[in-house]
Each structure stands twice: as C-alpha cells, then as structure tokens.
Design a protein around this ligand. Structure first.
Ligand SMILES: [Zn+2]
Ligand SMILES: [Zn+2]
Length: 447
C-alpha cells in the first residue's frame, strides 16, 4: 500500500535530522564567504558540488550564477514546485562575518536559505518519498535578491550581461520559470514579535533611481564663484524629497531613502559631479508611481536652484508580493505541527521589498519567515543564532508542504494552480518592468 502523507512527512523529517549537521555546516561555511549579487561564483559552486554529490541533475550559470536542480517524482508527470534559496549577501563591512576585502556580509540570512533549500531536498530524497510524488521539484539557488551595488549592476546591464538588476527578474526574462508552477521560499527573521515560523504577509514594491548632478569645478578657496556646486544641488534635492513626505498616505507605506555614493573629488575643489542612489517604495504600484513623480521633481528642483544638471536614471525594482492563500492553507498546519500553534504567527504588511514579489505576480508563491536570527536585519549585528530552527525546522515545513502538493496525484498542487489568479503573464511582466526604465537629462537654462 502506498505510504500516507503522514508517513512520507515522517520519512522526510527523519532524513533531514539524519543529515542535519552536514547541511548546517554547508550553510555556516557559506556564511563565512559572503558574496554580493551576480558575483556569487563561490557560493554557486558549493551548491553545484552538493547537487553533484546527490546525483541531482542541474544547470548552472543561469543569470550569471544561478543553479537549478531537478528531482522527478516517481508517480508520473505533473506540476513543478520550486524550492528557492538566495545566493547573495549584503555589504556590511563591520559585520562580524564580513569579508575583509569586499565588506560583503550575510546580514539577511541568505546562507541559511541555501541550507533550507538543501535540507528540503535531502528530505524529499528520503528513500520512499520521491517515488510517491507526482510532478517535479526544482531546488533553485538564485542570485541577487538584494538590490545593491546599483552602479556595478547597471554596468552589467550596459555590457549586456543582464537586463534586470535582480536575479528572479532576470531569470523570469530568461524563461527559467516557464517550467515552474509554484514557488516556495523561507526568509530568516529576527523580529521579537514573530513566532518561530511566520505566515507570509505583504511587502512593498519599489523602483530604483541613480541620479548624477553635474556642476563645474573651481578652486573652493580662491574662486568658488566660478564653480557650480553639484553637492549643494544634491542636498537641495534631498531636502525637497523630505518636503514631499507629508503628501504620502500612511496606508501606502511610502519609503524613500537616498544615499550619496559620490560626494565630490577633492576637498579643495567645488564638487563638479555628485551621485546618489535611492529606492522609492510603496505598498502599491500606484503609490510608487506617485512618489516617483515627486522624487523626480525634487531632483530637478535641486538642479534648478544651483544651476546644475541632473541626470536621472530610473530602473525597475521589485513588485509588491502576493502570497497565495491556497499555499498558506497547506503550509500553516505543517508549521503548527512542527513548532506548535502558539509559536506560529502571521505577518501583516511589511515595508521592505523582495523580488519574490515579482514571481508572485506570475504564479502562486508562498514566502514565510523563520525567526532564527538575532540583531537588526541588514545591520552589523544580524546573525543566525538558532540553526536547528532556521534550517532544519524551516526546511521540514517546506518539505511537508511539497509532499502535500505533490502526493495523492498532485491534486492539491493542481487545485492551488487552478484557483490562483496571478495578474501578469511573462510578457505582461516584462513590459511592465521595461516601462519603469528611463533616462532623463534635466539641464535648466541658467540665467
Ligand atoms: Zn535583505
Ligand atoms: Zn534577504
């Protein structure tokens, strides 16, 4: 007689426990060698080697560094569930595990995500599990979730190496999700209000800006009147952004947070070129569009006031996430069985952004959290402190959900796909993203 779902879950759980130390060691080792997005060659090689060791067929160098494996269920053709882990780190030079050369650091816990992806795969490879599943499971290590180093990635774009600046957007464009029907991922969290496992909430969408202010250099002591101070133009522009904030609706959760990436060349010269980057985030695409108009106006105001030029580059960022209720209905009982119902909480709207949002506009996606970290997300003190929970328990919750989806003729996966109503097709997504790309040169008439 075919094993029941409960029996399959027990087998997967035992296998995850049996190989738990090994997987945790892999995640820890990745944590010691952080690499930011589209540069994760070493991390990707760890995943590839691991796939080879398990005899899992895979393709690599997808969107530069992505690695996509494939497990085929023994019960016939059927839907495909991707289990995703993100390869990339942030750059936080004073983080305890920062790379001393590059400043890269895993301050968002993506090394644990790779561990979860591997552990989920281990569980599904337990002897009798895969034969009972119908369809495919795709363990997928994906580059560049964090939207950082915009100038570097814009350079990759100009060299034709990528079109989009995050991994999932680029992989969507490349068609690497055309054969995926459902996607799961778990992010780590350190929020004190969270339970051990956190049911998914919504998150902001975002567009990115790169702005260059062009002035004119001159001796800053001897003849400042001959210069045009690009730094002053940038500062007026940033102040003008602040003056927009009272116009944003609270429920739109708009966040605009510019940084200056180049403030001048030499202290003795009037700054002739100053560069800034910013995100413009909001709960809806309409909110992002409204805030973007105000941001651009503010950049022009800075240029206008000082008589400088503003070159504004707009780049698509992330779409707001839409988590699938059908997937939550399967995930929740698994999470509750693993950690107890009182330790499962539900996230509401959160104001960060992720490119899982992009994916969620094209297919059913579920993106819960696991509270396995301490410190501040993206901060110099964000470290994984509970490896068993953060990797093994989180992986079990995903493995159990995959079993629910693909056991019993994959009826639940087929139902989830049939009931989900993703708003975009791939073509619609690509044209939406491309509609955000723009260059404007604002050169006011100087009088
Ligand atoms: Zn992050
Ligand atoms: Zn992250």
């Amino acid at each position: 007689m075919a094993p029941t779902r409960e029996e399959l879950k027990r087998m997967a759980s035992e296998e995850i426990d049996r190989r738990g130390d090994e997987v945790i060691q892999v995640a820890r080792a990745i944590g010691e060698h952080p690499e930011p997005g589209f540069r994760e060659q070493r991390t990707a090689a760890v995943v590839s080697e691991w796939f080879r060791g398990f005899g899992i067929p895979y393709r690599d160098e997808l969107a530069m560094t992505g690695v996509k494996g494939e497990l085929r269920g023994g019960a016939g053709e059927g839907p495909t569930v991707a289990v995703i882990g993100e390869l990339d780190s942030l750059v936080v030079p004073d983080h305890p595990n920062a790379d001393t050369q590059t400043g890269a650091a895993h301050a968002c816990g993506h090394h644990a995500q790779i561990g979860m992806m591997l552990a989920t795969t281990v569980g599904l490879l337990a002897s009798d599990v895969l034969p009972a599943l119908k369809g495919r499971v795709v363990p997928f290590a994906i580059p560049a979730e964090e939207y950082i180093q915009i100038e570097y990635r814009h350079g990759l774009r100009e060299q034709g190496k990528v079109e989009f600046l995050t991994g999932k957007a680029e992989l969507l464009k490349l068609g690497e999700f055309d054969d995926v029907d459902i996607a799961l991922i778990t992010h780590t969290s350190s929020r004190p209000e969270d339970g051990d496992l956190v049911l998914a909430g919504s998150s902001n969408g975002m567009v990115a800006k790169m702005v260059t202010f062009i002035g004119r250099s001159s001796h800053a002591g001897a003849a400042p009147w001959r210069g045009i101070n690009a730094l002053n133009a940038a500062m007026v522009a940033i102040q003008a952004v602040h003056a927009q904030r009272e116009t944003f609706h609270d429920e739109d959760t708009v966040r605009i947070h510019p940084i200056i990436t180049k403030g001048g060349d030499a202290v003795s010269a009037v700054p002739a070129e100053v560069r800034l980057e910013s995100f413009i985030r909001g709960r809806t695409l309409e909110a992002v569009r409204d805030a973007t108009l105000k941001f651009d106006r503010s950049m022009r105001a800075g240029a206008m006031a000082i008589g400088a030029e503003a070159r504004i580059t707009t780049l698509p960022g992330y779409l707001p996430i839409l988590n699938d209720q059908g997937l939550e209905d399967l995930y929740r009982p698994n999470a509750e069985a693993l950690v107890g119902a009182d330790r499962v909480t539900k996230a509401e709207h959160r104001t960060h952004s992720t490119d899982m949002g992009d994916l969620s506009n094209l297919m059913p996606v579920y993106h819960p959290n696991v509270r396995a970290a301490e410190g501040t997300g993206h901060g110099n003190d964000y470290v994984i402190t509970d490896w068993d929970l953060g990797i093994l328990t989180a992986a079990k919750a995903m493995a159990f959900t995959v079993i629910d989806l693909l056991a019993d003729g994959a009826d639940d996966a087929n139902r989830v796909v049939a009931e989900s109503k993703p708003p975009l097709t791939r073509d619609g997504y690509l044209s939406l993203m491309r509609s955000y790309m723009g260059e404007e040169v604002y050169a006011p008439e100087i009088v």
